[in-house]
Ligand binder design. Sequence first.
Ligand SMILES: [Fe+2]
Length: 337
Amino acid sequence: MPQPNAVKCLVVDDEPRLRRVLVRLLEGEGFTCAEAGSGVEALAMMQQDPVPLVISDLRMPQMDGVTLLRELLAKWPDTAVLVVTAVAEVESAVACLQLGALDYVAKPFHLDEVRARVMQALDKRRLILENRMYHQQLEDRVQEQARRIEELSLERLQALVHFLEEKDTYLRGHSVRVANYALAIARRMSLSPATIDMIALGAELHDIVEHPVIGARVLAPLMRDAPAALAIVRSHHERLDGKGFPDGLKGSEIAIEVRVVTVADSFDAMTSVRPYRPALSVSKALQELEEGKSIQFDTEVVQGFLTAFPDAAALPVATPEVQPLHLPVAPLEARRG
Ligand SMILES: [Fe+2]
């Protein structure tokens, strides 16, 4: 049973005599009581000082108890409302229960009965609130766990990508560099933080396996909440003119997140040594980006790259020993948090 000592309650009845009877009873039980002579007055008082328990007569001029009940529960849904009815109004009382009143007391009432009903109603209210809080906490915990599992899986994947690249002289550091370039471009283009996050994630994982379709298939179950990052994995070899792969997407069919990573990826690929060719010089790679504008690459993204790295042309060319550019970007960790 709740300790009623501190519980505030509002008694609503147009008959002062009946109000007094209820108030006296409730005060005897330790409640603090306020009185209202009408529904309108009751609502005004709730507005000033909402209380957890309202006992209301059903038949009142101006605003009947049913209307008051509706208004009360619409604005203060956690209020325990008890309605007082004449025996002849039992049907209305049942309607009130359906609307959300916790109980009703029929007139003429016995004080013991009112006392018991009030306590029951408060008990019910407490259980409802506790139950709701429990469910909310449970839901929060489940969500937190799901997020953590996903995070761990992604962290492992990132570690796997770095591990695989580490073993490959030609790919060493590629994903981190691509992510860094892409982030710098995205920031320069003032893309939203959510978009930037997707770009960072997609860029880091974009080369998880050699073929982008397989990469996207492997990652799909883990990236349900990050469809834009998944699109990067699948589509970073698309071209604006529709001559890319795997889907031959054209122009605006290619999401901005993808277009950013495509430029970053192409630049890093061009300036890195590959088994079948030496690295291009930075100025040659920049020229390729320029020439690819609106054919292969998004013009604004290329522009973003050029302004993000104004001194790029002065950087040394990659060789198998010196891998390759170290463009001045913030460490990858800085994007989160
Ligand atoms: Fe790549």
